[in-house]
Design a protein around this ligand. Structure first.
Ligand code: PGA
Length: 254
């Protein structure tokens, strides 16, 4: 059994006081923490505050992005060794907003993925098609390419100690969640791709769903065989909603 994982992606939201309040509420939630992993990815300057707030509670923390190099003249960027120093467990790479607004390519996403691994961070690599791609019947091909860019020549078991998040772009921040069937179909495809070369890793790999997941829609999504939790945007900014999703994850593991 794969233990479910729920990670909050705060995006470019939150001020110092709010961040501490939210992180504290999550860390103090009364939950059966043996049945769920939880993480919070705040904006870079808040990582240390969140870390200090959640302390040694079961809640881990991480970053929303990183640079592929381990240091150097890259103004405004943040490197893996620093995230490691800050105690980050996770780093999100290849979020669709990075792909769309900052032009990140599959190759750049793959480079970040490997930089994360090199630095002992667990990459959460995001994949997912746009609405136009789905309408054109290309959803599977797009997701396949995005996963393949990280798999490369398949000579290495790259997805061991990594997480994949399937986030259909048309469902992110829109209130339009993929149906559990649509999500399950894509999760199964992703798992099969990994399993083809690495059956053990494919079986144990956590594949999170992201895209307007709420406490109300989480149980049905998480009941699907290949959905192992969620990468949560909007609903991660409200303690009650996020804790509700964590509860759904716990229930899916019992
Ligand atoms: P959403 O965002 O939950 O607000 O749709 C998910 C994400 O972008 O990771």
């Amino acid at each position: 059994m794969r233990q479910p994982l729920v990670v909050g992606n705060w995006k470019m939201n939150g001020r110092v006081g709010e961040a501490e309040e939210l992180a504290e509420a999550i860390a103090e939630a009364e939950l059966d923490w043996d049945h769920v992993g939880a993480g919070i990815c705040p904006p870079f300057p808040l990582i240390d505050r969140v870390a200090g707030t959640v302390g040694d509670s079961p809640v881990a923390w991480g970053a929303q992005n990183m640079h592929a190099e381990d240091g150097g003249a890259f103004t405004g960027e943040v490197h893996g060794p620093l995230l490691r120093d800050l105690g980050c467990t996770y780093v999100i790479v290849g979020h669709s907003e990075r792909r769309e607004h900052f032009g990140e390519t599959n190759q750049q996403v793959a480079a970040k993925f490997f930089a994360a691994k090199r630095n002992g961070l667990v990459p959460i690599v995001c994949v997912g098609e746009t609405e136009a791609e789905r309408d054109a019947g290309r959803a599977e091909a797009v997701v396949r390419d995005q996963v393949q860019a990280v798999l490369g020549d398949g000579k290495e078991d790259v997805f061991r100690d990594a997480v994949i998040a399937y986030e259909p772009v048309w469902a992110i921040g829109t209130g339009r969640t993929a149906t559990p069937e649509q999500a399950q179909e894509m999760h199964a495809l992703i798992r099969d791709l990994v399993k083809a070369g690495y059956p053990v890793t494919g079986q144990s790999l956590k594949i999170l769903y992201g895209g307007s997941m709420k406490a109300a829609s989480a149980p049905e999504l998480m009941a699907q065989d290949d959905i192992d939790g969620g990468l949560i945007g909007g609903a991660s900014l409200k303690a009650d909603e996020f804790i509700g999703i964590l509860r759904a994850a716990v229930a899916s593991d019992l």
